[in-house]
Design a protein around this ligand. Structure first.
Ligand code: ATP
Length: 587
């Protein structure tokens, strides 16, 4: 297949405002693609060559790309730099410069998808002293044979700026439209949720249809999307919703890890599918040593502990383990303990369809409890009073609250879903605020006065799974300390977008736009109907969205969360309706 066909499809998708439109363009294209190419179409549409959890990433610096463009068009690097600054991205700069150059080019070999994939792989794998030169040369060779649109996308792919607007949900829709039917969409999503690998799902459906997709199983080394909890606002409601009897566990305030324990090695994945093994090598080692299974996938929360008193320490302590530099000191200075709460796979058996109590017994029988590997504290409760007592105990043990879990026969592990099989109840709910929100930064406003020269406020957005879009929910300017404000520009720089990103709905126009990537935790006084904000537009009132009043940053950067795991429109609407019915002034 010619790469130009794919690049033209990306161009059409980028210009298409509606999700349905994007889906049908992509589906139409996928239908005519050789099954072997389907995974690459899918990966490249997200600017990758592999699934999200793969350690290799394309990430050429702008400097190298500028050098490659200059070499291709035979111009000075400074001229390319000027163009990149003017256009805001090396892709558009390459497109414009190559458009001019093309008139002079006498001969070029058309680019095939196969050649692009091989060249990108070579860029990714280039190592050693002359790796920068190698990468530049490979890119320049491709650019030499590119038309302007191909050049635009090649430069965006290698610099990690490939965002045509088709998110994961849109791609799953397109796979259903191209190779199956609308009714098959949940099964396709199930396959994605237990593998986190769009390319694998695409390849399977392209080659073997739905029959093959239904055979996709949990496998070690492929992380599952995590199961999440709903919230209710009182212990009696929680107990009643779970049928009068349920399991309650402490809700630990740490970092969630999904441990893939193999015979000779262990990988710890974060919720965002990053490899956290280098951050918690002690936990990985202990898990292997104390696991009676040859292979297992378990989940737990890593919490910092005071080794002298055995007390759990606040969340901020464990975050020292997330840094990239000085990790060996952090491992020594911040001891952690993992509290295991679920098992998803054991020695060839997919445990996700098993009921909660069976999964828990499997952990208990398969792991030796030790100083740094423990089970979450759990109690079966059959009344609100018992539940309240357990909750008080959890809070005294310095936990955030409790996680109540269904113990019914159908209490399966639902990968990637937030539902009432798990219900969280936190101590914050007893105070004025309903809950914290996790929102993506989509814009920033320059500061004034004391904040001149920095960002003074951020435009924050919630996520809508149905449309795969981000809608604004507040302008956030409170809760930042000086150190955080100083760090912000560097943190946000890689995500700058010249224009409003295609996946964002906003009426407010910030000074700088960002592609949704950085997630911050925010509290607020209440949710109100807002004519300016676009999150959950139409949910409560036509032509209005929902906004968070008096938002405040809690200090937690949720770098464990993908932007698609932000607070959703329906959660905002649920919290809004909880406030509405609240007669005791809770919100
Ligand atoms: P929060 O910001 O409140 O942690 P969240 O959106 O990250 O919420 P929730 O579904 O609300 O996710 O809560 C589940 C999270 O709570 C899990 O991702 C996990 O990190 C943590 N957790 C702590 N203790 C437990 C437990 N006993 N069982 C399951 N999850 C637990």
């Amino acid at each position: 297949m010619l790469f130009s066909e794919l690049a033209e499809t990306f161009d059409r998708i980028e210009a298409e405002p509606s999700r349905l439109g994007m889906t049908s363009i992509l589906a139409g294209f996928l239908r005519n693609v050789d099954p072997g190419d389907v995974p690459y179409v899918v990966y490249l549409s997200q600017g990758k060559l592999h699934p999200d959890f793969h350690p290799m990433v394309l990430g050429m610096s702008d400097k190298l790309v500028i050098r490659a463009i200059a070499a291709t068009v035979g111009t000075k690097e400074s001229k390319v730099v000027d163009m990149v600054v003017k256009e805001g991205d090396p892709g558009t700069a390459a497109e414009k410069l190559i458009k001019g150059k093309k008139q002079m080019t006498l001969f070029s070999d058309p680019l095939t998808l196969d050649r692009v994939v091989k060249s990108l792989t070579a860029i990714e794998e280039a190592e050693g002293k002359d790796s920068q030169d190698k990468k530049t040369k490979i890119l320049s060779n491709m650019l030499h044979d590119s038309n302007p649109i191909e050049a635009r996308y090649l430069c965006r792919i290698v610099t990690g700026r490939m965002r045509v607007g088709a998110g994961t949900m849109t791609i799953l829709d397109a796979l259903a439209e191209a190779f199956a039917g609308k009714d098959d969409r949940p099964e396709i999503e199930r396959a994605f949720n237990i593998t986190c690998d769009l390319g694998l799902v695409a390849k399977t459906i392209g080659e073997g249809g739905m029959e093959a997709v239904s055979k996709i199983k949990v496998s070690i080394g492929s992380p599952l999307k995590v199961m999440l909890a709903e919230r209710l606002r009182s212990i009696p409601e929680v107990v009643e919703r779970l049928g009068g009897k349920c399991a309650m566990e402490y809700k630990y305030d740490g970092i969630r890890v999904q441990a893939h324990i193999k015979k000779d090695s262990v990988i710890l994945y974060s919720r965002r599918l990053e490899d956290l093994t280098p951050n918690f090598p002690d936990v990985a080692l202990s898990l292997r040593e104390h696991c009676g299974f040859e292979e297992a996938i378990v989940e737990g929360e890593c919490v910092a502990v005071d080794t002298e008193t055995g007390n759990m320490l606040p969340f901020q302590e464990v975050t020292h383990r997330r840094k990239k530099h000085g990790i060996s000191d952090a491992i020594r200075d911040y001891p952690v303990r993992i509290f295991l709460f679920d098992m998803l796979y054991a020695d060839g058996k997919d445990m996700t369809p098993e009921p909660y109590l069976d999964r828990r017994s499997a952990i208990e029988s398969g792991f030796k409890i030790s100083d740094n590997i423990q089970m979450t504290a759990m109690k079966i409760v059959s009344s609100s009073e018992e539940g309240q007592r357990f909750f008080d105990e959890a809070v005294s043990a310095r936990c955030e609250g409790i996680m109540a879990k269904s113990i019914s026969e159908d209490s399966v592990y639902r990968a990637g879903s937030r539902g009432f099989l798990w219900i969280k109840y936190k101590k914050d709910y007893q105070q004025a605020l309903v809950d914290s929100f996790d929102l993506a930064v989509v814009g920033a406003f320059y500061g004034m006065g004391k904040r001149a020269g920095k960002y003074g406020a951020l435009l924050m957005a919630a996520y809508d799974q149905d449309t795969d879009r981000f809608g604004t929910a507040c302008k956030l300017g409170t809760g930042f300390d000086d150190e955080f404000l100083d760090r912000l520009p560097e943190m946000l720089e890689p995500h700058i977008s010249q224009d409003k990103p295609p996946s964002v709905d906003a009426q407010m126009v910030p000074d700088v736009w960002f592609n949704p990537y950085i997630v911050l935790e925010v509290t607020g006084a209440e949710i109100s109907v807002s004519p300016i904000h676009t999150a959950a537009a139409g949910y409560v009132k036509d032509d209005s969205g929902l906004g968070i009043r008096f938002p405040r940053f809690t200090g937690k950067v949720r770098d464990d969360k993908d932007p698609t795991e932000c607070t959703t429109y329906s959660e905002l609407a649920d919290i809004y309706s909880l406030q509405e019915h609240d007669s005791d002034g809770l919100a």
